[in-house]
Design a binder for this molecule. Structure first.
Ligand code: C2E
Ligand code: CA
Ligand code: CA
Length: 794
């Protein structure tokens, strides 16, 4: 419709242009008779009527707009018909004398048309209001109407009526009505919300009557007879032209090409008062008045101006306050629904949007993105860098997710993307995200990876079920070696849930006292004497029997239960070691070790726990060994401080599983280690001699390097996982003095160790064990196991 409406505008404009051309031609070269001047208005009127008719035919209008334009169609048609009648009348009965008198029926026609137009305007609904607000709007509109009317009366109608050569009553009534349309519309349109009838369309319709009437008045008053009639050719076609423009504007608004928010005529009353003051001033200065009356009039004008100004200032202030409360409200709204650090939507908004998307019935996908090892970054480089990283990831998410999805920070290092619509490609997005994360991000050039879980909402999905599925998928991605994405499929939840259940069961087991500590002896590779023990956890499960730490330590670490569990091992080991010390004396068992996980080192109470356990048991500090892995040591400043504190207390620290992590010389020097434990993987196969000395050498290279390093730094060494006499022999050759492994001794209960120590003591008293004398593999007791190749000392 907009294109068609534009054609009507063009047609009406052409008529107006022809009128102008004719007027100029008539006044300069005297082309045609004056009567022609009256022909242009009805010609334009045909197009205006047709335009409104077409607009109504399109059917896109809302009811209120339809009613307005239907009434307007009648108005435009009536006015156009009235002027067509007038033009015909003039052209048919043309004589120079009988110029301007409009036939009464034609004038009545046009007048009814104007009244209908006013009626149409009255019926356009204004901003709904009640109470004081209703009265305010009524007052504002009355002020506006009176102000405008005074000006038009003073500058237009009054001089016209009082002119020496007055116009016909018909012309004056019509001009007056045209002005009324304009003033009425002006005071009305300010209070019309941006509703179905376009505000600018109303303005143009008002101008269509009012503007031309105003020009006619000016011409009548100022120009006088010679040019007045030909000027009609220019002025009168403006009415239909403006009407076609109004139709075009309305058509554009309906096509959604224009949007103007509603504003309720705030400035109108002020302008109206100022306008009414203009004729007042003119009267005060121009009319023959006594000077006291003049002063009174001028003073009244000044007072109205000042009051208006004051009102206006108050209005501005109110507006400012209103604006600032609105801004504050919006900010608050934003803050409760967005994450402060990254600016992404937060969990609450995410849930709301997800619920809305599910309710709408369109396809919904959720991507759950969890950064791998973010905690390490935070611990090693500090929270500032961690925050920076999160912000960078958020930016990346925003960029990759695109405009039709909602990126979210669910909390901590967990993000999400909500995808809606049938064209969403969650897998493609996940792949893009992983690829983007593959490049170093933020100025710290950090490499982070993420595990992504994808869930699609099924037919009766709920917010919680979708999130749980995405969680399970993400968890599965993490289990299957990080930096990957997994889409949820039915049945995927079971193993994951079992894992999660394990956390709960561990807590129960701890309360029910189902954990036990076993001790694996550490022996001298030379004389087979027991030098120390390592405490290892066992779970005596009521149904599953004895469960090894491999099956539950990870879950305990994740749930944080490792802290109370570790505390239990610590107290138990100290207590037991103190018992052995009292019973067998200081030479029987040099030390007792236990494993400490990274999570425990982060616990601010850890050092206090250790000292308390030592104090309660009476075990001297230097007899306790805490085994930590390299990766646990590399956990930032707090861990480092804890380790140094323990070291300064005389507690010995052992680097467990040495050689498997990022072992480096600098780590060994920075970390206050007393012992390194060569990992089992370097002991495996160390004895194999396949006739190629170079190959055997290669296997031994690491073991040799470690012992050399340890010697250079003055550290003790323990070879782990010694499973055969041959391995023990090779290790001895390489210079290792202590070993741990099934071949030397399996983990034993406390009673088992007591028996072993008792046996060792009785042999010592019998003089069989003499330090430094026993040949390799020939020690008694435990060493007997070494010699005869059996795998147990019992
Ligand atoms: P780890 O600290 O390296 O402990 C040595 C593990 O090797 C023990 O397994 C031990 O039974 C096993 N082992 C000893 N000699 C041999 C051998 O000759 N051959 C083989 N194949 N294995 C041998 P376990 O008891 O299953 O413990 C596994 C891991 O669980 C431990 O590795 C340790 O990292 C962790 N762990 C055990 N107890 C605790 C604890 O109380 N706290 C913490 N945080 N971790 C613990
Ligand atoms: Ca260990
Ligand atoms: Ca180990």
């Amino acid at each position: 419709m907009t294109r068609e409406a534009r054609r009507y505008v063009l047609a009406a404009a052409v008529v107006a242009a022809l009128g102008t051309v004719w007027c100029v031609a008539h006044l300069t070269v005297g082309a045609g008779t004056e009567a022609v001047a009256y022909a242009f208005a009805p010609a334009g009127g045909v197009f205006a009527t047709a335009a409104v008719f077409r607009l109504l035919r399109t059917g896109g209008l809302r009811p209120v707009a339809r009613r307005f334009w239907r009434t307007m169609l009648a108005a435009v048609a009536l006015v156009s018909f009235g002027y067509a009648w007038f033009a015909t009348d003039i052209l048919v009965h043309w004589t120079e004398a009988a110029t301007r008198r409009m036939p009464l029926p034609a004038a009545a026609c046009a007048a009814i048309g104007f009244l209908v137009a006013i009626w149409a305007m009255i019926r356009v609904p204004v901003v709904p209001s009640e109470g004081v607000e209703w009265w305010r709007i009524l007052l504002d509109r009355t002020i506006g109407f009176l102000g405008c009317a005074v000006v038009l009366w003073y500058a237009g109608l009054a001089p016209m009526i009082g002119a020496a050569d007055p116009w016909s009553p018909q012309a004056m009534v019509l001009t007056g009505l045209g002005l009324l349309v304009a003033v009425g519309a002006a005071t009305k349109v300010s209070y019309v919300a941006g509703g179905p009838v376009d505000r600018d369309a109303i303005r143009l319709m008002a101008a269509s009557g009012g503007f031309t009437a105003a020009i006619v008045t000016v011409i009548a008053v100022r120009l006088g007879p010679p040019g007045a009639v030909p000027a009609q050719a220019i002025v009168m076609p403006l009415t239909p032209l403006l009407a076609t423009l109004a139709v075009w504007v309305q058509a554009r608004a309906d096509a959604g090409l224009r949007h103007r928010p509603g504003r309720s005529g705030v400035l109108l009353p002020y302008l109206a008062v100022a306008a009414a003051d203009v004729p007042l001033v003119a009267v005060a200065l121009g009319a023959p008045l006594s000077w006291p009356s003049r002063v009174v009039l001028l003073a009244a004008v000044v007072v109205t101006v000042l009051v208006t100004l004051r009102q206006y200032l108050a209005f501005r202030e109110n507006n400012r306050l209103l604006h600032s409360t609105r801004v504050q409200e919006e900010r608050l709204q934003y803050e409760v629904s967005h994450d402060g650090l990254t600016g992404l939507a937060n969990r609450a908004l995410f849930r709301d949007k997800l619920a809305a998307a599910l309710a709408s019935g369109e396809p919904v996908h959720v991507l759950l993105v969890d950064l791998d090892d973010f905690k390490t970054v935070n611990d090693l480089l500090g929270h500032g860098v961690g925050d920076h990283l999160l912000v960078s990831v958020a930016q990346l998410l925003r960029a990759e997710a695109g405009p039709h999805s909602l990126p979210v920070r669910v909390g901590g290092d967990e993000f999400a993307v909500l995808l809606t619509g049938p064209r969403a490609e969650p897998e493609a997005l996940a792949a893009r995200l992983l690829a983007a994360l593959d490049r170093p991000i933020s100025e710290h050039r950090l490499l982070v990876q993420a595990s992504i879980g994808i869930a699609a909402a099924g037919p009766d999905a709920t917010v919680d079920s979708v999130l749980r599925d995405a969680d399970v998928a993400m968890y599965t991605a993490k289990q299957g070696g990080k930096a990957s994405f997994v889409r949820y499929v039915d049945g995927m939840g079971e193993p994951v849930l079992a894992h999660m259940r394990l956390g709960g069961e561990l807590r129960r087991a701890l309360d029910d006292d189902e954990f036990r500590v076993v001790y694996q002896p550490i022996l001298s590779l030379y004389d087979g004497r027991v030098v120390g023990v390592e405490a290892l956890l066992r779970w005596h499960h009521p149904d599953r029997g004895v469960v090894g730490p491999g099956e539950f330590i990870a879950a305990a670490e994740r749930t944080g239960l490792i802290v109370p569990l570790g505390r239990f091992v610590l107290r138990e080991t100290c207590r037991q070691a103190a018992v052995w010390l009292r019973r067998f004396g200081p030479h029987a068992l040099r030390e007792a070790g236990l494993n400490v996980s990274a999570r425990q080192l982060h616990d601010p109470d850890f050092v206090a726990d250790v000292t308390a356990a030592l104090a309660e048991s009476g075990l001297p500090n230097e007899r306790l060994v805490l085994e930590v892995t390299e990766s646990a040591v590399l956990r930032g400043q707090q861990v480092s401080r804890t380790l140094h504190e323990l070291d300064s207390l005389g507690i010995r620290l052992a680097l467990d599983d040495f050689g498997t992590g990022e072992s480096s010389l600098s780590l060994l020097r920075a970390f206050p280690a007393a012992i390194v434990k060569l990992d089992k993987s370097f002991v495996d196969g160390i004895e194999i001699d396949d006739g190629r000395p170079a190959a055997a050498d290669a296997r031994q290279a690491v073991a040799r390097a470690v012992i050399q390093l340890a010697r250079a730094l003055g550290l003790d060494t323990v070879a782990e996982g010694v499973e055969s006499a041959e391995q023990a022999a090779v290790l001895r050759e390489l210079g290792y003095t202590l070993g741990q492994g099934y071949h030397l001794a399996e983990p034993l209960t406390a009673e088992g160790v007591t028996e072993l120590l008792a046996r060792q003591q009785s042999m010592a008293t019998a003089g069989l064990v003499r330090q430094g004398r026993a040949a390799p593999g020939q020690g008694p007791g435990v060493a007997a196991g070494v010699a005869d190749g059996s795998t147990s000392v019992l």
